[in-house]
Design a binder for this molecule. Structure first.
Ligand code: HEC
Length: 171
């Protein structure tokens, strides 16, 4: 999402709260309006938490993939640690969503979590479990004696991020 789209989405969301000031003005108006978001709310904290966690996952998994593909130097020890970290982070994923319906795209500017996360909770949880299972599989293989990073070492992690994002994440 570029800055302009983000500002538009923000203003569309903020309109729900009948706050004026969106649309008009020059560059930087979004910053002024940011004060309208209650940054002390549990919903805002949950959004910050899960978005941060997603970036942790993104960094760890990109590194695993790059090592497997040989675009960066493979280090079996680092690979094993990052795989274990991915499994740990996957186990922490639902904590950023549970009970936080009011932090969906419909309710909280900046959120990329569709309301379906909560209305289809069992399926959403299942997608999180699939990520955890894939990470556990990669981690178990990487912690075996004599492990060496191979082209398919990160393969189980391939589809699991997108499988959830396709349905539940607004981009
Ligand atoms: C169970 C569902 C699910 C899985 C699995 C999942 N994500 Fe996400 N991801 C989401 C949702 C929902 C959002 C939107 C969160 C928000 O903005 O509140 C998101 C957002 C993100 C973002 C954007 C964060 C931001 O600051 O806006 C990144 C990056 C990301 N995910 C990376 C990943 C990676 C990498 C994986 C796999 C290793 C992954 N995700 C697995 C559901 C998932």
């Amino acid at each position: 999402m570029n800055a302009a789209t983000r500002a538009t989405a923000f203003c569309a969301a903020i309109a729900l709260f009948s706050i004026s000031g969106c649309g008009g003005g020059s560059g930087g108006s979004a910053d002024g309006n940011m004060a309208a978001v209650d940054e002390d709310s549990p919903e805002f904290a949950a959004m910050q938490y899960r978005q941060g966690l997603m970036h942790v996952l993104g960094y760890k998994v990109a590194t695993l993939r790059d090592m497997a593909e040989g675009t960066i130097e493979a280090d079996a020890g680092v690979f094993a640690k990052y795989a274990a970290d991915t499994a740990t982070a996957a186990d922490m994923l639902l904590e950023g969503f549970v009970g936080m319906e009011a932090s969906s795209t419909d309710a909280l500017p900046g959120s990329g979590a569709f309301p379906d996360v909560w209305s289809d909770w069992d399926d959403f949880s299942q997608k999180a479990a699939e990520l955890a299972a894939a990470a556990d599989e990669v981690s178990a293989a990487a912690s075996a004696p004599g492990f060496m990073v191979m082209a398919d070492s990160a393969e189980p992690l391939g589809p699991v991020c997108g499988n959830c994002h396709r349905t539940y994440r607004q981009r």
